[in-house]
Design a protein around this ligand. Structure first.
Ligand SMILES: C[S@@+](CC[C@H](N)C(=O)[O-])C[C@H]1O[C@@H](n2cnc3c(N)ncnc32)[C@H](O)[C@@H]1O
Length: 434
């Protein structure tokens, strides 16, 4: 365990607060030179600042070891706990946000309120509250399921010192991904992607080769694409399917939502959890760009699947740290990147990681990519498609299929809304011949 970036940020906060406390002390001391009050106050303030920090808990866990066992969690467990706490606060946070709509409404003049009231605006806010409650039914089950699955006890959950992160928007984003990945409404976005991947895979690998091939899907989100690749030759048909499909997702929230797709994740689920149907309301989380209330509160149905394909492995990790274990078991390898390459802070790191993963493989090495180039958080380089094509060549990737015209595809687009974004995505497949 070492001091992370978050810890060093926290250290900065402590130093700032202690400087303020020191300033107060100097001011009090100059006004009351003979009193012990300034020093006592300064000591109490410093102790309370330090006591509430993760750094104090970090040192406490190091010094007292097993005495404060509840505080000691591994990095990945800490991430899981954070995600579970965020999920647990979805209902209250979303309701607060919704209640603010009423508070804002009350700031109108009485005449204006009367006019708006007649449109049914307040009823709409109440309806959204009901939808939040329904969404939370899935979230409550998801929390329960994940706690059992990852051996997180109630005691650990409630006594952990991790504060509720400010990431309700991420919970909402994951929830809405059920529309893209696991409902009929998402077919328009996800089907063309799956069809392109299947077309390339069928062209490049024979059915016999599949059983000696490993597929890696980094940034797999809620996992529909990796699921479809895993069952390409028929569900659990070992001879006709890929030997292994590795779904790699960095966000713990996305990972937990993906796991929850399968009611029996490990084929030995202790609680005998049966697949359930959920009614979800993905469009309630914004009041913008709706034609009607009916559109805003329309729902999708999400049906859990009973079991995960045996050849599908879902892991919660950073693709750049991914190591393909037992690579000598595979003749061929396929990397499938979908709406992923532009998520990199350093896209060259992704290309290096891909190079490292494929290099020990003796047979076919394929890369299939679908996605736009909408660079996200603090990218170090922002390459256009032509520059990526040049880079591909430098690594030894030879293009075997590429559509010259960008394909229009939505991403979580509300097709009944007044704002409907589409990407002109590039689709290509490459083979490493070196
Ligand atoms: C735009 S989403 C696409 C999800 C999915 N491929 C799809 O098309 O629905 C990008 C995903 O990549 C994940 N991601 C970003 N950086 C990652 C990394 N370094 N390793 C693994 N996953 C990552 C994000 O958490 C997010 O779920």
């Amino acid at each position: 365990m070492s001091l992370s970036v978050e810890n060093s940020k926290e250290l900065n906060h402590i130093l700032t607060r202690i400087s303020i406390a020191l300033l107060i002390y100097v001011l009090l001391q100059s006004n009351f030179p003979n009193s012990k009050i300034p020093l006592t106050l300064m000591t109490i303030m410093s102790m309370s600042i330090f006591y509430n920090t993760g750094i104090y808990k970090f040192f406490k866990s190091r010094v007292f070891g097993s005495i404060s066992r509840v505080d000691i969690v591994s990095r990945s467990e800490e991430e899981l706990l954070k995600s579970l706490k965020s999920l647990n606060s979805y209902e209250s946070k979303t309701r607060n946000w919704n209640n603010n709509k009423k508070k804002n409404f009350r700031q109108l003049s009485t005449r204006q309120q009367r006019l708006v009231f007649k449109t049914g605006y307040l009823d709409k806010i109440d309806k959204v509250d009901k939808c939040i409650e329904k969404n939370n039914e899935l979230i409550k089950d998801l929390v329960k399921f994940s706690m059992i699955n990852h051996n997180i006890s109630l005691k650990k959950f409630y006594s952990s010192s991790i504060n509720i992160p400010n990431e309700n928007y991420k919970v909402i984003e994951c929830l809405c991904h059920y529309t893209r990945d696991w409902s009929n409404l998402g077919d328009v976005e996800i089907k063309p992607i799956i069809l392109y991947i299947q077309k390339i895979l069928e062209k490049i690998l024979t059915v016999e080769q599949r059983s000696k091939t490993c597929v890696i899907v980094p940034g797999s989100g809620l996992g529909r694409i990796s699921h479809e690749i895993a069952i390409m030759g028929g569900k659990d048909n070992i001879n006709k399917n890929f030997k292994m499909v590795n779904s790699i997702e960095f966000s713990s929230l996305m990972f937990l939502f993906n796991e929850f797709v399968y009611s029996n994740l490990n084929n030995n689920f202790k609680n005998n959890y049966k697949p359930k149907k959920y009614q979800l309301f993905p469009y309630i989380h914004t009041y913008s760009n709706h034609l009607t209330t009916e559109n805003q509160i329309r729902s999708i149905e999400f049906n859990q699947l009973s079991s995960k394909p045996l050849n599908l492995k879902i892991s919660n990790e950073n693709f750049n740290n991914f190591i393909l274990k037992n690579d000598d078991e595979y003749d061929n390898i396929v990397i499938v990147t979908v709406f992923f390459m532009d998520t990199a802070e350093n896209i060259i790191d992704y290309l290096d990681t891909m190079d490292k993963i494929v290099s020990p493989i003796k047979g076919k090495k394929i890369w299939i990519n679908i996605g736009p180039l909408k660079y996200g958080t603090a990218p170090k380089v922002e390459l256009n498609l032509q520059e990526i094509q040049d880079l591909r060549k430098s690594y030894g990737w030879e293009c075997i299929d590429e559509s010259l015209k960008p394909e229009l595809l939505g991403y979580l687009t509300d097709l009944k809304g007044m704002w409907q974004g589409q990407y002109g995505v590039s689709m290509f497949a490459c083979e490493m011949k070196k």
